[in-house]
Design a protein around this ligand. Structure first.
Ligand SMILES: Nc1ncnc2c1ncn2[C@@H]1O[C@H](COP(=O)(O)OP(=O)(O)O)[C@@H](O)[C@H]1O
Ligand SMILES: [Mg+2]
Length: 265
């Protein structure tokens, strides 16, 4: 049954997932609203990547995920790909033979009519995405010949060219230097202005604090906390979830907490 009352959001209800005998997500429920930037944090192995894959049907969980009131298992594949896209953090070698143009073009596949995908509009979106991410001078280079950071940026360009409503980005800043971290984060944040939803996994808690409207904190496959950075990034929660002592600074610079790890020696 589709949910009639939900408008314009993702609703996750009692989601659980196991790889064989290994239960990785347990009883996860939350709603996401259009125009929201949501960070997902938690230790290695806490289930962040698995959660993103369940949200876009790369994995089939127990429980339900609704997009705009429609349960995702009932949504046609191309329609789902126009609604939601996912970028992994892995250095996936299967794309190494593609040029930057070919990889970014593949984001338009869900819009293909028959065998023709490359309308003037598609081409404009592809080149815009490459330009926004700053890879214009690498358009014809093969992905395998790029640095890790450039490869990550090419993957983000592909994500943009897919023009979905919901962007799921696993560790968007992995392999990026500080300048490109900030550039990518600003690009993702700007999607809010178009009322998109961005869900991004972070290891850098300070980037999460700076950019996310809300943060989901995962611990052993369960939601340990969910809320505004100022409410969830506190010493008690971070000690409980990561097992480390941190100091939280409130500088007032951007009004978000700054997390400083405390050395034990
Ligand atoms: N394909 C898989 N098969 C079996 N176990 C997996 C697989 N992918 C991840 N896991 C396990 O599931 C748990 C959660 O993994 P993951 O969602 O990747 O965590 P995170 O992204 O938070 O580091 C880990 O214990 C991991 O070893
Ligand atoms: Mg992961």
């Amino acid at each position: 049954m589709d949910k009639p009352s939900i408008a314009e959001m993702i609703s996750v209800e009692k989601l659980s997932f196991s790889y064989g005998d290994l239960q990785v997500l347990e009883n996860i429920s939350f709603d996401l609203y259009y125009g929201e930037f949501v960070g997902v944090i938690g230790p290695n192995g806490s289930g962040k990547t698995t959660l993103l894959k369940c949200l876009c049907r790369l994995l089939k969980p127990f429980g339900a995920v609704y997009i705009d009131g429609e349960e995702i298992s009932r949504i046609d594949f191309n329609k789902l790909s126009r609604k939601i896209s996912y970028t992994s953090s892995e250095l996936d070698s299967s794309i190494d033979g593609l040029t930057v143009f070919e990889l970014v073009s593949s984001g338009r596949t869900p819009y293909m009519k028959g065998i023709w995908w490359e309308s003037g509009e598609d081409e404009r979106i592809i080149f815009d995405s490459i330009r926004i991410i700053g890879l214009e001078d690498k358009v014809n280079r093969r992905i395998g010949e790029l640095s890790s950071g450039e490869k990550q940026r090419a993957k983000i360009a592909r994500l943009l060219s897919q023009t979905p409503e919901i962007f799921l980005v696993d560790e968007p800043t992995v392999h990026l230097d500080l300048k490109h971290q900030i550039e990518i984060m600003n690009i993702l944040k700007s999607l809010k202005l178009k009322k998109k939803i961005v869900v991004a996994v972070f290891h850098d808690l300070n980037l999460a604090s700076l950019y996310a409207d809300r943060i989901i904190v995962l611990k052993k496959g369960q939601i340990s906390a969910i809320g505004r950075p100022a409410d969830v990034l506190n010493e008690d929660i971070l000690r409980d979830v990561y097992g480390v002592d941190v100091k939280i600074l409130h500088t007032g610079l951007y009004g978000t907490p700054i997390i400083v790890p405390m050395p034990s020696i």
